[in-house]
Design a protein around this ligand. Structure first.
Ligand code: T5A
Length: 224
């Protein structure tokens, strides 16, 4: 006799510019969901699976420039590996997945930042993820000057800026505008939040939206 089919897990993504607090808030949400008895897979892009982590090293550590199309293809390749080997199997097994960056980062960084045509970004997105779309996307909105200052402070004096952190302010402002436009275009999926508020206040707003969206009440979580 076969058991009951397992309900698909929920897929939540965090998006925003450099240093906007995605990793911090993803971790806090996972802790709060654990308090409600929900175990999450906390993952990231680029990376998250062994193959995708290898592509991440190429994308973030390699100093040679890539043509914007080649860069877009590399993000799509990493994403396809991540979706096929980690995200889809976890969701199918009923686990929740929280991912630090996903498709909207390619739309913003390669689309708006590198000016790769939207039709190309759309095709790569379809190829890389198929039907594996986020149920909820939290977009953390922050002036890029503040985000880059936060990212610099966290990296410390010894860490070098990666290929994106070293880009111009105009580049990061285009990215911010692109994330805001995505949130405005897809309000059912996306929640745009002011990331200048303190960590606990941002976390409370995210928990409230998760509660509304999925009908569960995340716990209060650990202190940020
Ligand atoms: N990229 C990625 C693309 O170009 N295309 C793509 O398709 C994808 C997937 C990834 C790079 O790749 C690019 C975008 C990126 O440039 P990464 O190293 O993963 O690079 O970098 P980020 O994702 O940008 O991660 P960061 O660590 O820089 O930023 P986070 O995760 O947003 O910020 P977080 O949580 O680490 O916080 C940074 C600092 O700020 C503090 C934290 O304590 C920490 O010190 N902080 C706050 N301080 C005050 N108030 C708050 N509310 C705070 N929240 C956090």
């Amino acid at each position: 006799m076969s058991g009951q089919p397992v309900a698909r897990g929920r897929f939540i993504t965090f998006e925003g510019g450099e240093g906007s607090g995605k990793s911090t808030q993803g971790r806090l949400l996972a802790e709060r969901l654990a308090g409600a008895g929900i175990t999450c897979r906390l993952t990231r892009e680029p990376g998250g699976s062994p193959g995708a982590e290898a592509v991440r090293r190429l994308l973030l550590e390699e100093r040679q420039p890539f043509h914007p199309l080649a860069e877009s293809l590399l993000f799509a390749a990493a994403r396809a590996d991540h979706v096929k080997t980690l995200i889809e199997p976890a969701l199918a097994a009923g686990e929740w997945v929280i991912c630090d960056r996903f498709i909207d980062s390619t739309r913003a960084y390669q689309g708006a930042g590198r000016t790769v045509a939207a039709s190309v970004i759309d095709q790569l997105e379809t190829l890389a993820i198929g039907a594996c779309r986020p149920d909820l996307t939290i977009i953390l909105d922050l002036d890029p000057r503040l985000g880059l200052t936060r990212a610099d402070a966290r990296r410390g004096a010894s860490g070098a800026a990666d290929r994106f952190e070293g880009e111009t302010l105009a580049f990061h402002e285009r990215i911010r505008a692109a994330f805001r436009a995505i949130a405005a275009a897809e309000p059912a999926r996306c929640l745009l939040l002011d990331a200048t508020a303190d960590k606990a206040a941002v976390s409370d707003r995210i928990a409230a939206r998760v509660s509304d969206a999925f009908g569960i009440t995340p716990g209060s979580g650990a202190a940020p």
